[in-house]
Design a binder for this molecule. Structure first.
Ligand code: HBI
Ligand code: FE
Length: 289
């Protein structure tokens, strides 16, 4: 997840200045490896018809189907060969500038812990399953890999403009909760969806949420909720389009405009929206989770 409760300013004891730690793979227990296997089995069963082709290719290239929590040393050999990205272990959420600096340098910070059995379906801080199963397959795609570098560089710049909140929404509605229109239908690629059993179904099949064509300014104005299913999903036409708009847009003038434009509430529809599915919002009206 990209949002969080507490972020410390200085790295915890035992962490490096850039907040990385050892994954300490040898210390995972049999129960912890079994937790990965359980989560993996649940997701991989339903994803072939639901996840983007790029995501499924990434699972395959990285050999994530092997049993147990992936050892980052082994995973990195494959990921580096695919796109020059690598995974670095972190103890939890890291400060924004540290996070963006890692991305800008093709390092994806991933949790060095796995959720407990009572957190099967929801946890606040990103663990190895969310980070590695959810995020890393897409990083094996060359186009998405370049988009994420551009995002990291843009993140560092957004801090100078005081525009972090706006840029964080781009991450939320693409990297975490994005949908993509493939020739053979709508698919999920956002890590928050593909790593969630219930949301993998909800995001594609439920009649409740709106599904709206991606528009950069629209997304950067839109609030989001971190504690339940999304009420809006934004649909990109292709990964190339996402890369293109992120790499080729000068965000500075957009940030200036955003200062004067009101935020858009979670389920509001604008007259300019291209709506692919108009949601009933029945899920929220039924009090949600
Ligand atoms: N730290 N480990 C970790 N994972 C994240 O997704 C993350 C973070 N720190 C900051 C952050 N995300 C957000 O600021 C960005 O997603 C915008
Ligand atoms: Fe995430």
């Amino acid at each position: 997840m990209a949002d969080f409760q507490h972020v410390y300013e200085t790295p915890p004891d035992g962490a490096n200045a850039d907040w990385t730690v050892s994954q300490n793979w040898d210390a995972f227990s049999a129960d912890e490896h079994a937790m990965w296997d359980l989560l993996f089995a649940r997701q991989s069963e339903m994803l072939p018809e639901r996840a983007a082709d790029a995501f499924m290719r990434g699972l395959d290239v990285l050999k994530l189907s092997r049993p147990g929590i992936p050892d980052y040393r082994e995973l990195n050999a494959r990921l580096l060969a695919a796109t020059g990205w690598e995974v670095v272990a972190v103890p939890g959420l890291v400060p924004d500038d540290i996070f963006f600096d890692h991305l800008a340098n093709r390092r994806f910070p991933a949790g060095n812990f796995i959720r407990r059995p009572d957190q099967l379906d929801y946890l606040q801080e990103p663990d190895v399953f969310h980070d590695v199963f959810g995020h890393v397959p897409m990083l094996a795609d060359p186009v998405f890999a370049d988009f994420m570098v551009a995002y990291g560089k843009g993140g560092l710049r957004s801090l100078e403009y005081g525009a972090l909140d706006h840029l964080a929404r781009l991450y939320w509605y693409t990297v975490e909760f994005g949908l993509i229109q493939q020739p053979d239908g709508l698919r999920i690629y956002g890590a928050g969806i593909v790593s969630s059993f219930a949301e993998s179904v909800f995001a594609l099949d439920d009649s409740s949420p709106n599904r709206i064509e991606f528009d950069l300014m629209r997304v950067m104005r839109t609030e989001y909720r971190i504690d339940d299913f999304q009420q809006n999903y934004f649909v990109i036409p292709s990964l190339e389009q996402l890369r293109h708009v992120t790499v080729n847009t000068d965000f500075a003038p957009l940030y200036r405009s955003l200062e004067k434009l009101p935020d858009i509430a979670v389920a509001d529809i604008l007259t300019n929206d291209v709506i692919l599915t108009r949601g009933t919002q029945a899920y929220v009206q039924g009090a949600g989770r």
